[in-house]
Design a protein around this ligand. Structure first.
Ligand code: ZN
Length: 233
């Protein structure tokens, strides 16, 4: 067997190990787990956002309570003033009326805002409960799938280890220079070797000029100019 033949045998074993590694990474169970993990993370973020909003609402309620009691005091003070210093003319009466209307308008605005904030807070409470329930369900689904996936991973990993060992075995007798070339090509092209088929590169179907064909047939190391693969005759 020539060096290229040995390298080709190695590629067969190496490709088999790679495709097992790929199948482990692409496992539908793994993809589903990743999706569930992202979903759970999103839910946690939503919960955090809701919590922050509820906190901000509670702060706003405190501010509103203070503002309402201040406006209440102002209204009481106005009533006292009206009793103690009744308006004499129509101008004075209009001034009292305008002041009272303004204060009661302010109180009314505050009151409406309190209702709005209360409603938003209870909407958010409901949302939080829904999200928490969904999160618990997702976590249960995740944990169950995790057990299945771990088992699958364990089995496939054992196969992968065997395939890797078999590929490693195939390296025996191959000169380091050939292996280095193989590894370098594999960085940008997989599989890194291609057969010569009808005078063309078996990897990309590009035709070779006759001088190159002669080199390939004589067993020299020739890389396809188009795809970069190492050609075996
Ligand atoms: Zn090619």
């Amino acid at each position: 067997m020539t060096q290229l033949d040995l390298l080709w045998e190695y590629q067969l074993a190496d490709t088999e190990a790679d495709s097992m590694a790929h199948s482990i990474r692409q496992s539908p169970k793994r993809q589903k787990l990743l999706k569930l993990r992202d979903y759970i993370r999103d839910q946690q973020e939503s919960l955090q956002t809701l919590e922050n909003e509820v906190m901000a609402m509670m702060d706003r309620m405190d501010v509103l309570k203070d503002a309402i009691s201040l406006a209440d005091d102002q209204l009481k003070a106005l009533q006292k003033r009206i009793q103690e210093e009744p308006a004499s003319g129509s101008e004075g009466i209009s001034m009292y009326i305008a002041e009272a209307a303004q204060l009661s308008g302010t109180l009314n605005d505050y009151d409406q805002e309190v209702r709005r904030v209360r409603k938003s807070a209870s909407d958010r409470d409901r949302k939080q409960r829904d999200i928490k329930l969904r999160a618990i369900k997702s976590k249960e689904e995740f944990d169950a799938l995790r057990v299945e996936y771990d088992q699958e991973y364990k089995e496939k990993s054992e196969v992968l280890e065997r395939l890797k060992a078999a590929a490693e075995e195939k390296k025996k007798g191959i000169e380091p220079e050939y292996l280095a070339r193989y590894t370098a090509i594999k960085q940008h092209c997989t599989p890194p070797m291609a057969k010569l088929i009808n005078g063309q590169c078996g990897g990309c179907n590009m035709g070779f000029p006759s001088s190159v064909l002669a080199s390939i047939r004589s067993g020299k190391q020739v890389e396809c100019e188009t795809c970069g693969r190492l050609i075996i005759g």
